[in-house]
Write a protein that binds this ligand. Sequence first.
Ligand code: ZN
Length: 215
Amino acid sequence: MADIAPLFDSNRAWAMSKLRVDPGFFGRLAEQQMPAYLWIGCADSRVPANEIVGLDPGELFVHRNVANLVHPADMNCLAVLQYAIEFLKVKHVIVTGHYGCGGVRAAMQPEQLGLIDHWLQPIRDVYAKNEAELKDVVDEYKRQNLLCEMNVREQVANLSKTTIVQNAWHRGQELSLHGLVYGISNGLIRDLGVTISGVDPVDPIFRTEPKQPAP
Ligand code: ZN
């Protein structure tokens, strides 16, 4: 307990600072949350979601995992996605990768790390798909960072292939998917320009029809 004692001290100081500015802050949050955004980001400790975009508790629904991946069979991510879209009615799902990502770097190396190798395999798939472009980048760090960007694009595409997202569009729900990359060395996020707001750009093989109610 002693080892984490400083966390309690800083927590009390933080809660007090919030109440000094807005005495009703926590009372309102206890009633409900109405975030407009779902953030899917890397678990990296240098990429704290709310802090980076200056949002308070209640304003950002967050899912983080190693290398900000959207696996098509990851129940954790899919459950977060469904809850965020169908119940919280978020208007934006934002995949945020970051330069210098250790997960992306690990996926570019031959050493075995264990279970994480399975988790990171989709990044090797992204690499294989884009090998021609990547192998022209001689500088290893730049190549890693290019793969970080490619990985974000792939995860945005993965989101667009889910029935959860497509059903929201079929219902006419306002929902956009975005891909961003965060610069650890300058603190800035950059839009990768891969925003999707409807089913039209989705490859037909990944498009599904709206589910019809039972007769
Ligand atoms: Zn990372």
